[in-house]
Design a protein around this ligand. Structure first.
Ligand code: FAD
Length: 434
């Protein structure tokens, strides 16, 4: 039987992992990547002695396989940190997660959070995945924690009313403390290790190292090759508007909404499903500062409306190699979408004002570097159309030998570990088809 031809679209971590796992088993594939370098979102920029990721990227491992794989590939060049995550609200910093660290907040807020939590949990409530996220928050934490953190923070982050979201994506992302843990975090400053990100791993020289070590071991990666068209009848793709390539199987990590424009003559119901997909985008400002930081924080969440950003992180606290010895670095993240746009002409000025308001930088601090990234597809929005639309699209693609892969190709809230495993599983599944 003739060999089947496998093409992978996109050399982000999902495409790289798929190719790496296929090639290790002795199967050929080609990867076409539109950018001049591999890595997708798992990339870093080096500017004037600073290293910034395409927005803060930290490694969390649930599976020994992935941890061991990354350790084998990276060698000693990876550090494990205990999270130092904070929340800035009511004019003060408190430990993350809010719900388990009420200590130090104004007394009226603490009382409200505790009483409402106790009241809610006494009533008890079974929650389905299709339940609205807004309802889930109220029923899980009570109205105090909901109003003082969960609702403002998540509304800022997701950019849509929380009643529009389902709970399908939550799966361990939001820590749910017991009453005893909440009480412990109320009477003293506690450092309870709650949540999936209680500790994290980070390569000394930036997240790009993960993509680099995969790339080094993979054959047939073609950068600067943008896929502009996929012809399902001819099983053919067009690259850079010219070159054509035939395929038997296409593994696509390209953001799902983009496929609407690459696939021609789609059935009407599939085109409608594509148009139902929603996402938020992230505007990211990176700053280099002419002094060392006087704290060891890794990142801080900002739930309040007064601050335009939802999170601020400190890369030079992930690794000292990310900034020159006498300097430090900060990244800032703002979420936006069609329904909640930002004014990109003035946003950098506003961010810097808000950073001063929170005391993250002072008026005397010298900013020696400013750099921005605008990430169009950041988080797929799990609204009430999400499941049905996604399922229809994926079924249609698979029927046409297109295998969706990765966070954006398969349109799921996935971490870097998740996409590495997705690539592994897809490579394994392909072996049965070849
Ligand atoms: C703001 C933000 C912060 C995050 N932080 C973390 C974190 O701390 N920890 C964590 O584990 N995960 C984090 N993630 C998730 C993580 O980035 C993703 O899970 C992972 O990088 C996705 O990899 P991917 O290969 O699926 O997609 P991508 O990295 O987007 O790769 C897709 C590739 O396809 C290419 N491509 C697109 N269109 C075309 C085309 N037409 N032709 C050819 N190539 C094309 C792109 O250039 C890109 O290289 C974060 C995500 C965001 C948005």
């Amino acid at each position: 039987m003739a060999k089947k031809k496998i093409i992978i679209l996109g050399a982000g971590l999902a495409g790289l992992s798929t190719a790496w796992h296929l090639q290790r088993k002795g199967y050929d594939c080609q990867i076409f990547e539109k950018e001049s370098e591999t890595g997708g979102l798992c990339r870093s920029k080096k500017i004037n002695g600073f290293t910034f990721d395409y927005d803060g990227h930290l490694l969390h491992f649930k599976h020994n396989y992935t941890l061991q794989l990354i350790k084998d590939l990276l060698g000693e060049n990876i550090i494990r940190h205990r999270r130092s995550a904070w929340i800035y609200s009511f004019g003060r910093f408190s430990h993350y997660p809010f719900q388990a660290n009420l200590y130090g907040l104004p007394k009226s807020i603490v009382k409200d959070c505790l009483l409402e939590f106790i009241k809610t949990n006494r009533n008890g409530c079974k929650i389905k995945e299709s339940t609205s996220f807004r309802y889930w928050i109220d029923k899980t934490f009570g109205k105090g924690i909901a109003n003082h953190f969960m609702i403002p923070y998540n509304t800022k982050f997701w950019t849509v009313p929380l009643a529009d979201l389902t709970c399908e994506w939550i799966d361990g992302f939001i820590p749910i403390p017991t009453l005893s843990q909440i009480l412990e975090g109320t009477i003293k400053e506690s450092r309870q290790n709650l949540g999936y990100n209680a500790s994290f791993w980070y390569p000394e020289r930036g997240i790009n190292e993960v993509s680099r070590v995969f790339t080094k071991e993979i054959k047939n990666i073609y950068p600067r090759c943008c896929v502009n068209e996929i012809n399902l009848n001819k099983k053919e793709i067009r690259l850079n508007g010219k070159q054509k390539e035939k395929f038997d199987f296409l593994i696509s990590t390209i953001p799902l909404p983009e496929m609407l424009y690459l696939l021609r003559k789609l059935p009407r119901n599939i085109a409608i499903s594509f148009k139902n997909l929603r996402w938020n985008s992230i505007f990211n400002l990176n700053l280099g500062i002419e002094k060392k930081l006087n704290h060891c924080r890794h990142w801080v969440y900002f739930p309040e409306k007064d601050f335009c950003f939802f999170r601020v992180g400190f890369p030079s606290n992930f690794s000292s190699l990310l900034a020159p010895a006498d300097k430090s670095s900060i990244y800032v993240e703002i979420s936006y979408s069609g329904g909640k746009p930002i004014d990109k002409n003035n946003i950098v000025l506003r961010i810097k004002e808000d950073l001063k308001k929170a005391g993250i930088i002072t008026p005397d601090d010298q900013v020696c570097l400013e750099d921005t990234n605008d990430i169009k597809y950041a988080y797929p929005i799990y609204d009430h159309n999400y499941r049905q639309s996604r399922e229809k699209i994926l079924k249609f693609l698979i029927q046409n030998n297109i295998i969706p892969c990765g966070r954006y190709g398969s349109w799921r809230y996935m971490s870097m570990e998740d996409v590495i495993l997705d690539g592994k599983n897809i490579a394994k599944g392909m072996l049965n088809k070849l």
